[in-house]
Design a protein around this ligand. Structure first.
Ligand SMILES: NC(=O)c1ccc[n+]([C@@H]2O[C@H](COP(=O)([O-])OP(=O)(O)OC[C@H]3O[C@@H](n4cnc5c(N)ncnc54)[C@H](O)[C@@H]3O)[C@@H](O)[C@H]2O)c1
Length: 292
């Protein structure tokens, strides 16, 4: 067993986060699992305890900076935190509200990394889950804005460069591109503190999030979508000693979907995938949040 002391897993109620918690459990003294969905989190924690792990659970909304700070303090109280596997996120079909997608997927990631970064003592690893969507073509100017998502004028500035309102898949791509950039940009600071930080970009994985994803098994080279465990195994690798020289990078785990889109798909499909900005605007829906 390689020794993680405390591993924090967000989005652990289900899907990739739950698989990551199971993956990290055997090499971790204590797991701190968290999700906004307290009921599903309690079920997930029960299953993890049945698997023999020492599990602490905490329901938090990561879009709330106070909750994020509470979570980081709780991790610190449990021991010396070693791993942060940040898997929580919203899919574009769950909301039409681009600002909300950016808040949950990107701004929350920045607050979370800030809260854990100030508690670094050396030896920690953070892995944030981004997405293949981050590789879609976006205007070059957005990167300089996306690296600072907690700036007071972040959303208005982003809105002047790219009109994401009513285009949830575009907002999602922006949010996940931002997650990749945050990890890359922080790598030097984390390295100086003896810590590593990376992102993982799944293509399609069989979770409730994939239910309405346009990425089907046929779009991959492997011929199917991933299991959540196949994404979790890459998170396990990145957090372990075999990945000691991996930091600041993104690992695309897509079963060859991007290779297929760029080299083998018909031009119309390739352009539809690649061109995030030309996505058709969805008619405004009054505050509806579709449940998967
Ligand atoms: N499944 C895929 O095909 C796929 C593809 C690319 C990227 N991803 C990314 O992988 C990650 C995990 O997705 P998944 O497929 O397991 O989805 P999922 O919906 O099964 O799990 C996501 C979890 O995040 C939690 N969550 C959402 N908002 C939250 C908030 N504000 N605070 C705390 N928790 C919150 C949800 O309650 C849920 O339990 C996400 O970041 C997603 O964007 C998934």
């Amino acid at each position: 067993m390689t020794g993680h002391d405390v591993a924090v897993v967000t989005g652990a109620a289900r899907g990739i986060g739950l698989a990551a918690a199971h993956r990290l459990g055997p090499s971790t003294r204590r797991l701190l699992v968290t999700d906004v969905d307290g009921g599903a989190l309690a079920d997930a924690a029960r299953g993890l305890r049945q698997a023999g792990f020492d599990v602490h659970e905490m329901a938090v909304d990561l879009a709330d900076a106070v909750d994020v700070e509470r979570l980081a303090a709780a991790a610190y109280d449990l021991g010396s935190w070693s791993v942060l596997a940040h898997c929580a996120g919203l899919a574009p079909f769950m909301t039409d509200d681009g600002d909300r997608l950016l808040a949950v997927n990107l701004l929350a990631t920045a607050s979370l990394l800030d809260a854990f970064e100030k508690r670094l003592t050396g030896g920690e690893v953070a892995v944030c889950v981004a997405s293949i969507s981050a590789y879609r073509t976006l205007p070059a100017e957005v990167d300089a804005i996306l690296v600072d998502p907690l700036a007071v004028d972040f959303l208005p500035r982003l809105g002047t460069v790219v009109d994401y309102a009513g285009r949830p898949r575009l907002s999602y791509a922006l949010s996940k591109r931002g997650v990749q950039l945050l990890c890359r940009q922080r790598a030097r600071r984390w390295g100086r503190a003896g810590a590593r930080i990376c992102s993982v970009s799944p293509g399609g994985a069989e979770t409730r999030m994939a239910a309405r994803s346009p990425l089907k098994g046929d779009d991959t080279a492997v011929g199917r979508r991933a299991t959540p465990e196949e994404i979790a195994s890459v998170i396990g690798f990145l957090t372990g000693p075999d990945a000691a020289y991996v930091t600041g990078s993104d690992v695309l785990v897509d079963g060859g979907a991007m290779a297929q889109y760029l080299h083998h798909a018909d031009p119309e499909k390739r352009d539809r995938w690649r061109n995030a900005v030309d996505e058709e605007r969805r008619p405004a829906a009054p505050d509806t949040v579709e449940q998967p």
